[in-house]
Design a protein around this ligand. Structure first.
Ligand SMILES: [Cu+2]
Length: 203
């Protein structure tokens, strides 16, 4: 009986750790943990084709040579996206010159409503270095699968409209397109700053 409890506890700890490192923090859920060291472990990233805010085609190759901070969301998002992009703008500001050594990307998973024009307008409210990528349903499927990002359309109460639940973490990729780590939603800005410093330094 006792052994069984220990085994169950071990399983619970493992599952908790695995869940944290899997970074699928959904809308509204916050992490209270500090560093999530998953560098080099998770199979996150891969080929994609999207359209940037100027209407130009972009692929994973356009992000190589610089590390990237990528956030998936949608422009109609009432809280998580504006909060995250506002925080990202603050982090960019704090990084100073180092911020230019990172690709800052917002990918809209709302292929029905968000295109280059919507993203250009939306991102006006945030740091100008944050680029906006959008795509077709198929392209969004591909990129979210590659980056292990969750998103789910949810009808609003009146049924006429929808909102989207989505992964709330920012994904950090190194200059060769390998997964480096995440910035958790609601994480201590100091911790996030340190992670970005390490991302820029490549350590
Ligand atoms: Cu959002």
């Amino acid at each position: 009986m006792r052994a069984r409890v220990v085994v169950l506890a071990a399983v619970a700890v493992f599952v908790t750790a695995a869940t944290l490192t899997a970074f699928t923090l959904l809308v509204g859920k916050r992490t209270t943990t500090g560093v999530q060291q998953v560098s080099g472990v998770a199979d996150v990233g891969g080929p994609f084709t999207l359209t940037d805010e100027t209407g130009k085609t972009v692929t994973e190759a356009d992000l190589l040579g610089k590390p990237s901070a990528i956030f998936f969301g949608f422009t109609f998002c009432p809280d998580v996206c504006p909060t995250t992009l506002y925080e990202m703008s603050g982090l960019i500001d704090k990084l100073g010159q180092d911020a230019d050594r990172v690709n800052w990307v917002f990918v809209s998973v709302d292929w029905q409503r968000d295109g280059p024009e919507e993203l250009r307008e939306y991102l006006n409210a945030f740091d100008e270095r944050i680029r906006g990528f959008s795509g077709t349903e198929e392209q969004i499927e591909t990129v979210t699968k590659a980056y292990k990002v969750f998103y789910e359309r949810v009808p609003t109460e009146d049924g006429d409209d929808y909102t989207i639940n989505h992964t709330a973490s920012v994904l950090l990729m190194d200059e060769e397109g390998r997964f480096f780590g995440t910035l958790g939603y609601g994480e201590d800005p100091e911790v996030m700053h340190d992670k970005l410093k390490r991302l820029v330094a490549g350590t």
